[in-house]
Design a protein around this ligand. Structure first.
Ligand SMILES: NC(=O)c1ccc[n+]([C@@H]2O[C@H](COP(=O)([O-])OP(=O)(O)OC[C@H]3O[C@@H](n4cnc5c(N)ncnc54)[C@H](O)[C@@H]3O)[C@@H](O)[C@H]2O)c1
Ligand SMILES: [Zn+2]
Length: 347
């Protein structure tokens, strides 16, 4: 079940209005970027009693301290006090950064997250991680704080560019693969644009929230959320250093295939399951071109993953579809074999 402060609704405007009416804040400041201002704000605007608006530039490159300064300045100019609220309307970049600004302004004011990308709805807005990038380190500064309300609504997905939809879909697929075989079967019977987004959002948010509640400090269970990410992060870092960087979603999709093959080598997953996972994912995410000379580098990058311990490469692997085990040791020869398998797949 979702907790009271996470609402899944077809009417995000009404959910916001009801919340604001119940709280009677002194000031309401809405944070948008240029895209969410054009595409998403009209979907909630009419129901907000009285508000001020701030728009910042979209993009990960703006998830910085200087953009925070812009947001804190606007909060100060609009005289937000401890009984004010920041409504953050945007993807994961805005959610992480807006939440961080609210959490630190006057030692913390209330904020509402209205995530507008699939990735933010299914992943980034759940779990209370807030922050910004600093000196080229991702999410270097940040805090943990839950918003007063999170409104999840698939109405925002209609305007999302396809590459952004795919990016979030990789995390949605990961959640199904590690927790719910029935849902995975449903997902793989449909194409990207025919998915039942409200049902998938409900599953992702409920599942991620329950994991985080059971293991807030990532001692064990929470590590299953890293499925696909040990190899995924290595691929993301590798391609970042080439002329063709890939998105996080593309990296995770390939990581899920490659790690599934490793699970099969260890007898944890059937060949048939591996081919079904690969077939479906390659139908949505074109196969990455991994050259011979990239293999040692990708393997070495897997060794650098921050989740590793005692010089062992650790991954969360599927243990049958719908279940996963974390802290599974994987070896360099296994990674090499799995990369060779991935490269041999037809798209
Ligand atoms: N806090 C966490 O637990 C957590 C988890 C995963 C990722 N993240 C963070 O999330 C960020 C990535 O988030 P993202 O993938 O949502 O990217 P994003 O926030 O950059 O949004 C992607 C693009 O889509 C645009 N956009 C947003 N909603 C739209 C809509 N409905 N219609 C049209 N355009 C829209 C945005 O303006 C932006 O250009 C990263 O910074 C990452 O670190 C955080
Ligand atoms: Zn991810």
């Amino acid at each position: 079940m979702l907790p009271d402060h996470i609402q899944l609704t077809a009417n995000p405007d009404q959910a916001l209005r009801n919340f604001l009416n119940s709280r009677k804040y002194n000031q309401v400041l809405v944070l948008t970027d240029e895209n969410t201002l054009s595409y998403c704000f009209p979907k909630i605007e009419k129901q907000i009693p009285a508000y001020s608006l701030i728009q910042i530039k979209s993009g990960e490159e703006n998830k910085t301290l200087s953009t925070c300064a812009e947001i804190w300045e606007a909060m100060t100019e609009h005289k937000l006090d401890r009984h004010s609220v920041l409504v953050v309307l945007g993807g994961g970049v805005l959610g992480d950064m807006g939440g961080f600004c609210a959490a630190t302004y006057k030692r913390g004011i209330d904020f509402v997250l209205i995530p507008t990308t699939l990735l933010a709805q299914a992943d980034a807005s759940i779990g209370g991680k807030l922050g910004i990038d600093f000196k080229h380190f991702k999410n270097q500064l940040g805090v943990f704080l839950e918003p007063s309300l999170t409104i999840l609504s698939d109405v925002f997905l209609a305007t999302l560019p396809e590459n952004e939809l795919r990016s979030g879909f990789a995390e949605v697929i990961k959640h199904a693969l590690i927790s719910d075989m029935g849902l995975w079967n449903e997902i793989k019977s449909k194409g990207l644009h025919d998915q039942n987004w409200p049902a998938l959002l409900k599953h992702s948010a409920t599942f991620k929230y329950s994991i985080i509640r059971q293991d807030p400090t990532e001692k064990g269970l929470r590590k299953i959320l890293n499925a696909g990410h040990t190899i995924g992060h290595a691929l993301e870092s590798y391609f970042l250093s080439t002329k063709n960087p890939i998105s996080h979603g593309e990296a995770v999709a390939a990581g899920l295939i490659i790690e599934s093959y490793i699970a099969q080598l260890k007898g944890m997953l059937s060949k048939e399951d591996v081919y079904q996972i690969a077939d479906f994912l390659l139908g949505i995410f074109p196969r990455l071109t991994i050259l011979d000379e990239a293999i040692p580098e990708i393997t070495a990058l897997s060794r650098q993953d921050k989740k590793n311990k005692d010089n062992k490469i650790l991954a969360a692997l599927l243990d049958g579809v719908g279940r996963a085990k974390w802290d599974c040791e994987i070896t360099e020869p296994e990674i090499e074999r799995a990369l060779a398998f991935y490269r041999s797949l037809q798209t």
